[in-house]
Design a protein around this ligand. Structure first.
Ligand code: VGL
Ligand code: ZN
Length: 230
């Protein structure tokens, strides 16, 4: 690959009913409003690959507060989880959520405002009940990885060099996906017009700093990184 190669892919993360007002169980404020900028990105001619992801949980998923005994409070409570294949390794604390994006339910559907006609690949993630999976690539465990969506292989097979990430939510699945894409060696941009945060302004600032520290550039629609897609 020479430095002049530009083979961009678009990854649209979890633009699903449960993450959008008015009825989503884990609605991100103004989540539905990102459909318009995302549709205009989808129409950019230079994308070699347009991917949508869906959070796609079994009903007994570990991230649902009511699956714990005694039941826990969504949003405020967290639990310590460790690698189900290697329980002494890699424990970390993860936040619990309301039931959301259960496989084959209306809440798991992509929102109808999204123009899905030129989406090439749909990646389903979070299907293993034992692990949380914010990233569209894999769960956070490495000794070993428990669940891999195959997304890195898909991008590499197509010769992708640059990845543009949008969707929901900025401070969770968009962030984790963008950081893993950078670790996989792609040049990664998050287009801020195409994303919203669960945690409001404070979360927004913190997330932007942490993305930049991990080598992801946060850009806007009018910036040259987006304009070069025309
Ligand atoms: C997400 C919380 C739980 C996301 C998914 O798509 O950002 N957030 N599951
Ligand atoms: Zn989820």
């Amino acid at each position: 690959m020479t430095s002049r190669d530009f083979v961009p892919a678009l990854i649209i993360v979890d633009v699903q009913e449960d993450f959008c007002p008015p009825k989503g169980s884990l609605a991100v404020p103004n989540g539905r409003s990102i459909a318009e900028p995302i549709n205009s990105l989808l129409a950019e001619p230079k994308f070699a690959l347009r991917i949508a992801t869906q959070d796609w949980h079994p009903a007994n998923h570990i991230s649902f507060a009511n699956n714990h005994n005694p039941p826990k409070q969504p949003f405020t409570d967290s639990i310590k989880i460790s690698n189900p294949l290697n329980p002494s390794e890699e424990p970390y604390t993860t936040r619990l959520w309301p039931v959301h994006c259960v496989q084959d339910t209306a809440g798991a559907a992509l929102i109808p405002e999204l123009d899905t006609s030129n989406i090439d690949v749909v990646v389903k993630k979070g299907q293993d009940s034992r692990v949380e999976m914010y990233s569209a690539f894999y769960d956070p465990f490495r000794q070993p990885t428990v669940s891999d969506s195959g997304l890195a292989d898909t991008l590499k097979e197509r010769g992708i060099t640059h990845v543009y990430v949008v969707g929901l939510a900025y401070d969770y699945c968009v962030k984790a996906t963008a950081v893993d894409a950078a670790k996989e060696g792609f040049v990664v941009y998050v287009v801020q017009d195409g994303t919203k945060a669960v945690g409001g302004n404070e979360a927004w600032e913190e997330c932007t700093k942490s993305l930049e520290a991990d080598g992801v550039k946060v850009v806007r629609m009018e910036d040259e990184e987006v304009q070069r897609l025309r």
